[in-house]
Write a protein that binds this ligand. Sequence first.
Ligand SMILES: [Zn+2]
Ligand SMILES: [Zn+2]
Ligand SMILES: [Zn+2]
Ligand SMILES: [Zn+2]
Length: 463
Amino acid sequence: MFPYLGFLAVDQLRLPLIPRTIRVTRCYNTRCTTTTTTTTTKVRPRRYPPTVVGRRYASHERSLSKEFVLIFTSYYYILLLLVSQPISTVMAEFMQRQSEILDYMFAREADARTSVSCACRSATDPAIYRCRECILLPPCCGKCMKLSHSHAPFHRIEAWTGSYFARSSLTALGYELCLGHDGARCPNATTQECTKLMVIVHTNGVHRLNVVFCACASCAQKPYQMLQSSLYPATWTSPATAFTFQLMEHYHLDSLQSRKPAYDYWALLRRLTDNTRAKPVPDRYEELLRVSWEWRVLKMMKRSGQALGISEFLPNHSNSMAIPCFACPIPGFNLPPNWKDLVTKDNRHEYTLFLGIDGNYQAVRKKKRHDPLDIPLLDGQGYFTNSTKYKAFLKRISANESDNHTSSCANLKSMKIFTRRKGLDVSGVAGVTCRHSCWRANSMVDLEVGEKSVYTSTPLGGI
Ligand SMILES: [Zn+2]
Ligand SMILES: [Zn+2]
Ligand SMILES: [Zn+2]
Ligand SMILES: [Zn+2]
């Protein structure tokens, strides 16, 4: 390998070549018997050896490129070892500096500037407030703190008590979150109904804020005013709780990436609000669950283009928000207009749609005692079929058959599951996938009585 080091370096720098004998130690062509040859001054190094043509020449090129990768990798790792420090060295340095680091961290627990007056020269208001989230903001008086956070209402505020920084809030300083006028209070918001103490959940915890709604003649309804200000209300009639858009985005991505349960996410927010649990934190776990479902549906409608009327421009005018398999043949989308004329005996597999159907008889759903009327959020626009059409189809089928939900097979596992688990609303699901393992849109159904062919054939046949 080492004779190539200088050889490749010369090639990279494009310097004049010197005739030399290079021993080819490895050739991947099994028929090649050449192991040693000589270069000439007129031949570029990567063209080596010049006398070899055809397959033999190609095999040598491949051999050289593999050698180059090997050498480059070796250089890279040697360089990495020289440049980077081992973890033990870094941790040893940390242990040496540990006390100094702690000193700097403890120094943040107090601030000598709280004893001097605020930058606004207020004689009555001492500079005892500081923000835990603003970077490089010196301690200031309550008025300056409120003013500097007119567009950052969810920052955590601390107040110096004389011996330590205690938790405070912008609400305690008289801060009001004013909607509709770019942060300024609406001149028409004079009545008490315009102001409401609300619980607002942000990525850094739960806040209680006085929200002042706009009362101008042209203003929107209160929930829509909140949406205009990037606040998602928990209810739509008389909202008392809201979630910031940042929190909804954060929770959406966090649940997708980390698979964290919503309860754990809420526990995190509760700890961010008050890790000591000295004061009760408003419990909005149920509201978080509900709005997260709504948020996902809204995001799907937005990203699929259905909210913008994309179905008008689709070949089949589909209103589905499910992701189709683009590898499967779809007439009008990824097939030529005359695809039927192109089908032959040898290539018909390219124009054939292969589908498979299977059921999961463990994915059961129990009957809901408190809320039996469950409402689908994507009724026929996702992977499950339209519930109204499906129920009508089942009614029509059951009227035409005399099946009393018994199976002639004594050992049918799915029937055993159903008979064993009483009180089930759904005894399983069945769905259709293509040969690329993609679920077909509008193809999944709930099974009600175990494995009956009429249910499992529904997604394939359509309703
Ligand atoms: Zn701040
Ligand atoms: Zn001030
Ligand atoms: Zn107004
Ligand atoms: Zn497919």
